[in-house]
Design a protein around this ligand. Structure first.
Ligand code: NOJ
Length: 745
């Protein structure tokens, strides 16, 4: 087990000993370096933000930069850093490498929906390779925040609602980014974020406060961080919001007692952007200097900032004793050790020609296509409408505002993408159907629509714009005509890519921009209709579920998304993804997660509201295939075990169809009684098993004591109860095949 610690060498100790306090403090400051087009000078940022940074570099007062993706700029700034630092110390470049750099992979929630750690590791390996080639040393990823409220736009960056799945996804991403060890060739540091609890913002409103009980924190929100730390993550990012009334970035209990002592993290902690300065904004610190003192003393190592850093005042605080040199040294040591581990103390520059070659590697695009195929979730397939047989279709209508939009194919959190390389769903279907020749027609169906309030990413000049002058009736009529004349209609709808992500919470889950009316009009033509959904959160699909035979959730599938979707629609790829969250029927049900506890009147669980069912539209873990699977013969290795013993559960999975497929077999556990009342079921095992047509495979899961342990509010500690466990195995969180075992004292 690693703890993210870069070993501290005699070289680093020597360097540290020779540095002045001012130089040391400089190492703890990280600046954005915004290279914005001229036209964006009034975007709200300081007018000459880059000047501010370059002055800091010249003065040896910046240890790290972010938002530089161009290798030539990286080299130029690195030369300035080395020249400005009395000891020639280079900067560490960080960046939001969320789902690829040049080659864009499906968004993180999509990768999680693959339930395939190898695929996820592979995706972030490619992302790391591209990032390192251009001079990026560290990704502000993975985001491992549990999200149980889909109004919160950042759920797209995480792995959904479940701590067990999210832990597996977090560890896979860390392995992908970092490789075998901190400093591995063609790899970068992983920075799991946001510590901690950010996903539980009240009302799903981004940045708003979070109140979490200790049991929720330890049992639900911290396990993915623990998994990422155990996988060796070198960095952790603190969160923006108040956690239980104390801002996360100034919260010593959180950053020290929980993170260092509880989870065993030994790497470096960075603030979120401006979140050290925010300690003043929160009315927690008295002023900016106090914010720096409170953050450092809470355990923050590196301050990320756009403008004047709070850490810029640490010199005065050191002089008058509000902080001590030992504390500063501890942080600087961590940063220098990382720079050494990455080889930056010997050569901080990148090879600009080699970078071009790496970014153009066709293997990266293939990996992106495979990831998109592996993460799509088939929500519904009535009458086996899918896969479509290209031979029996003469005319296929592709309809919808997202069908031919490259940026919407890529999703949010993209900066250095390549639009030329991007294949939309329309492009993908067209090239797929060139042989055999099928006529593909297209209609957008609704005018371009946009957010009511702007996106913080509009400063990059490519947010969606509403088309006020469009003739909505004519667009709709054209779509209806196109659908009527076709044998099959593929309707590509969802949210535009700037409607989800940071600063993109929503009050409703409706399909925006009249897309429901479009779908209803297309279905009314009687042409068999498939919905291809682009979104990073569940949307209100109640009408579609009742009226549309096939629904394929493809998330934002990335650079080769259109090719992947065409392969899925025509059966060259078989959907195998599973939902990483419970899909609510309507926003009024939120929050909704499968792992609730039993309470009064459990038999009436589905009827808690009088106006809507209280079950999800699709359960956690749901996802169909073109194959069908049956589960049988569950067994346990022992009906009764001791508290320290493991149990093995076996089950037969049979492919009852004529089509090969891959099933994600899932195991859920329920503790019948004990120190606390425990959730009705909890995912405690999953396995992706390829099962050929007609074949039966025996799948086994091991349930160790670690999976039965939990933090109890009754004892205010970890407990491992002697009790009875129900076990269900099957295709989703509503699996009915049951067995049980007893744990003896
Ligand atoms: C703010 C976001 O919360 C964080 O996730 C991101 O890494 C930083 N900005 C840097 O862009």
């Amino acid at each position: 087990m690693s703890s993210g610690k870069a070993e501290v060498s005699p070289r680093v100790e020597k360097l540290l000993a020779s540095m002045t306090p001012a130089e040391k403090i400089g190492q703890l400051i990280q600046y954005f370096y915004f290279q914005l087009p001229e036209s964006d000078v009034d975007s709200g940022l300081p007018e000459r933000q880059t000047d501010l940074v370059e002055q800091a570099l010249a003065a040896g007062r910046a240890g790290s930069l972010l938002f530089v993706t161009d290798p030539a700029t990286s080299n130029r700034l690195q030369r300035q850093a080395v020249a400005g630092s009395a000891h020639g110390i280079p900067v560490l470049f960080g960046f939001d490498v969320i789902h690829g750099l040049r080659t864009i992979f499906p968004v993180p929630i999509a990768l999680a929906a693959s339930w395939n750690p190898e695929l996820i590791e592979q995706a972030q390996t490619v992302a790391a390779r591209e990032a390192r080639a251009v001079g990026i040393h560290w990704a502000f990823a993975p985001m491992v925040d549990i999200a149980r409220d889909p109004r919160w736009g950042r759920m797209i960056e995480g792995a959904g609602e479940d701590p067990f799945l999210a832990a597996a996804v977090a560890a896979a991403q860390v392995r992908g980014f970092q490789g075998s060890h901190l400093g591995a060739d063609e790899h970068i540091i992983a920075g799991p974020k946001h510590f901690a609890g950010y996903g539980a913002a009240v009302g799903g409103r981004d940045y708003d406060e979070v109140d979490l009980s200790d049991q929720e924190l330890w049992n639900t929100y911290l396990p993915p961080f623990q998994a990422a730390i155990d996988a060796g993550a070198g960095n952790i990012m603190s969160a923006y919001m108040d956690l239980n009334g104390v801002p996360a970035t100034g919260n010593r209990w959180l950053l020290h007692d929980v993170l260092r002592e509880g989870l065993g993290f030994e790497g470096f902690v960075v603030s979120d952007a401006n979140s050290a300065r925010d300690l003043e904004t929160h009315h927690f610190a008295a002023d900016l200097p106090d914010a720096g003192v409170r953050a450092l003393n809470a355990g923050l190592d590196l301050e990320m900032t756009i403008v004047e850093p709070a850490y810029g005042h640490l010199d005065e605080a050191l002089a008058d004793g509000r902080v001590d040199l030992e504390r500063i040294d501890a942080s600087v040591r961590r940063l220098l050790a990382v720079k050494e581990a990455l080889g930056l103390l010997d050569n901080p520059f990148v090879d600009e020609d080699a970078a071009r070659v790496t970014l153009a590697d066709p293997a990266h695009r293939d990996a992106a296509r495979e990831a998109a195929e592996g993460s799509a979730v088939l929500l519904r397939n009535e009458g086996d409408l899918l896969p479509l047989a290209a031979t029996s279709v003469q005319k296929l209508a592709v309809i919808g505002p997202l069908a031919d939009s490259k940026r919407d194919t890529l999703g949010p959190w993209i900066f250095d993408y390549d639009l030329e390389e991007t294949v939309t769903v329309l492009d993908g279907i067209r090239s797929h159907l060139e042989q055999p020749t099928v006529e593909v027609t297209y209609a957008a169906g609704v005018p371009a629509f946009a957010r009511k309030y702007p996106s913080m990413f509009d400063m990059w000049g490519d947010g969606s714009r509403a088309d006020e002058n469009a003739d909505a009736e004519a667009e709709l009529a054209n779509a209806v005509r196109t659908a009527t004349e076709a044998d099959v209609a593929v309707v590509v709808i969802g949210e535009r890519q700037d409607m989800i992500g940071e600063h993109a919470s929503r009050a409703s889950l409706d399909l925006p921009g009249n897309q429901l009316a479009l779908l209803q009009a297309v279905v009314a033509t009687g042409t068999p209709t498939v919905v291809v959904l682009l979104s990073g959160r569940p949307l209100d699909l109640r009408w579609a579920q009742e009226n549309v035979p096939a629904i394929l959730q493809v998330w934002y599938p990335g650079t080769r998304g259109g090719e992947a979707v065409a392969n899925l629609l025509f059966g060259q790829a078989v959907p195998g993804g599973k939902l990483p969250f419970s899909w609510p029927r309507t926003a009024g049900q939120i929050p909704m997660h499968y792992a609730h506890t039993r309470s009064h009147s459990p038999e009436n669980q589905g009827r808690r509201y009088w106006d809507e069912e209280s079950t999800p539209l699709y359960p956690f873990g749901h996802g169909l295939s073109y194959a069908t699977f049956e589960y049988a013969n569950p067994s346990v290795s022992a009906a009764s075990v001791g508290r320290d013993e493991s149990v093995t559960v076996g089950v037969d999975v049979t492919n009852t169809s004529g089509q090969d497929g891959v099933e994600v077999a899932q195991l859920y556990l329920h503790q019948r009684y004990g120190s606390s009342s425990r959730p009705v079921r909890l995912l405690k095992g999953f396995q992706r098993v390829p099962v050929a047509a007609g074949q039966t495979i025996r799948v086994e899961f091991t349930i160790s004591p670690a999976e039965r342990r939990y933090w109890s509010s009754a004892t205010r500690d970890w407990v491992l109860d002697a009790t009875v466990f129900d076990v269900w195995v099957g295709t989703n969180s509503e699996a009915e095949l049951h067995t049980e075992f007893t744990v003896q004292r």
